[in-house]
Design a protein around this ligand. Structure first.
Ligand SMILES: NC(=O)c1ccc[n+]([C@@H]2O[C@H](COP(=O)([O-])OP(=O)(O)OC[C@H]3O[C@@H](n4cnc5c(N)ncnc54)[C@H](O)[C@@H]3O)[C@@H](O)[C@H]2O)c1
Length: 356
């Protein structure tokens, strides 16, 4: 019986939500996470607290391996031991930051690209029928979205309503011939390889190209974790640096819970070599200015922001995910959290931890 789910990045935002969700469905969860987020982003970023919480909450259904996904032999041994008991693989471990990647390009590529082929190959050798879900990113489209005909409104940039992507950018946008950042390029390598294992080896692989993924499980750090870091800054009265686009850049935000229900839908009815843009879409999106206004309303505190008049290289001025392809394949799936609901939950979950 294929009752085991292997989850990499299991102490991170997406991984930990997946651990809870699939354990609650009665699967045994094997987690792989070496707390490398602490190395990337320092103490703010460490996911150790989340791991301890998980172990307490999930109990015997969860087994943790502090294994590095760059350790090819270690992964192969783990998969060989579990063999055909593996019914699902969720690969969410990564170096997730744009800015950090340029500091150590080799480390970024080794984790994001080589780590992913290590996972694919271990799955092919030992559990070829298991659906393989990969968390890619909208950064695979590089800065192509910045060529959209955006108009400036009072609190955000916006596409004209009659534009074909007003409802969200779909998977037909080219991923080629643009600036991706070092991070975006290592994710492209992984994204294409996951598709290739699907097509070439006929494996049930899916690439989810996320917009902003968020939720209370995020270890909010300056270089990664947009809405959680917005809320943390307001609650702790830290100054948040806004880089470029007058605070009017637009992001869609999906709560980790809504992403994991999408993973569950794929797990129940897998397909081969799929790609899906996945995010909050028109239902859940905001600009910096709008996010801070909501956070101030929730906390009753003024936001402290500093504006740096230079956008991050390759950063999107406007991104809303078109989730139509996924919804067509999985019509029962629905988004349940919008930006105010997400911010409120992050606030409530951290009210004892983040204090000014
Ligand atoms: N959060 C977002 O806004 C966002 C947006 C688009 C895509 N994604 C992608 O979704 C995935 C999950 O993101 P997240 O926000 O949960 O990230 P996260 O940093 O919260 O979690 C990733 C986890 O992976 C672990 N990890 C990193 N390198 C590792 C290694 N070499 N070996 C083992 N474990 C390692 C980290 O310690 C961390 O706990 C990533 O692939 C990321 O690129 C995230």
């Amino acid at each position: 019986m294929s009752s085991v789910v292997v989850i990499t990045g299991s102490a991170g935002l997406i991984g930990s939500e997946a651990v809870r969700h699939f354990a609650a469905l009665g699967m045994d969860v094997v987690g792989v996470d070496n707390d490398m987020r602490g190395y990337f982003f320092g103490a703010d970023g460490s996911t150790q607290w989340n791991l301890q919480r998980l172990v307490k909450e999930v109990g015997d259904r969860y087994t943790h391996h502090s294994l590095d996904i760059r350790d090819r032999e270690g992964l192969d041994r783990l998969f060989a031991d579990l063999g055909s008991n593996i019914g699902l693989v969720i690969h969410a471990a990564a170096q997730p930051s744009h800015d950090w990647a340029a500091r150590e390009p080799f480390t970024d590529f080794d984790v994001n690209a080589v780590g992913t082929i290590n996972m694919l190959e271990a799955t092919r050798r030992h559990a070829i029928d298991a659906p393989f879900i990969f968390t890619s990113t909208n950064k695979v489209y590089g800065d192509t979205p910045n060529s959209l005909p955006l108009v400036e409104l009072e609190t955000r940039y916006e596409l004209p309503e009659d534009h074909k992507w007003y409802g969200g950018i779909d998977e037909t946008m080219t991923i080629d011939n643009s600036m991706h950042s070092v991070f975006g390029a290592s994710k492209v390598a992984a994204d294409v390889m996951v598709q290739e294992y699907g097509r070439y080896f006929d494996m049930p692989t899916a690439v989810f190209r996320g917009g902003t993924l968020t939720g209370p499980g995020h270890s909010a750090a300056e270089l990664h974790g947009f809405l959680a870091y917005v809320m943390r800054c307001v609650m702790e009265q830290r100054t948040y640096k806004i880089f470029g686009y007058k605070g009017k850049m637009v992001r869609d935000a999906i709560h980790s819970h809504d992403l994991i229900t999408a993973f569950e839908a794929f797990h129940r009815a897998p397909r081969v070599a799929e790609i899906y843009n996945m995010g909050g879409g028109r239902f859940s999106n905001c600009s910096h200015i709008e996010a801070f206004a909501i956070a101030s309303q929730i906390t009753g505190l003024e936001a402290r922001t500093e504006y740096v008049d230079q956008a991050r290289q390759g950063d999107h001025q406007w991104w809303i995910s078109g989730t139509g392809r996924f919804e067509e394949h999985y019509p029962d799936w629905k988004l349940t959290y919008d930006v105010p609901a997400i911010l409120r939950e992050i606030y409530e979950a951290n009210s004892e931890v983040w204090k000014s």
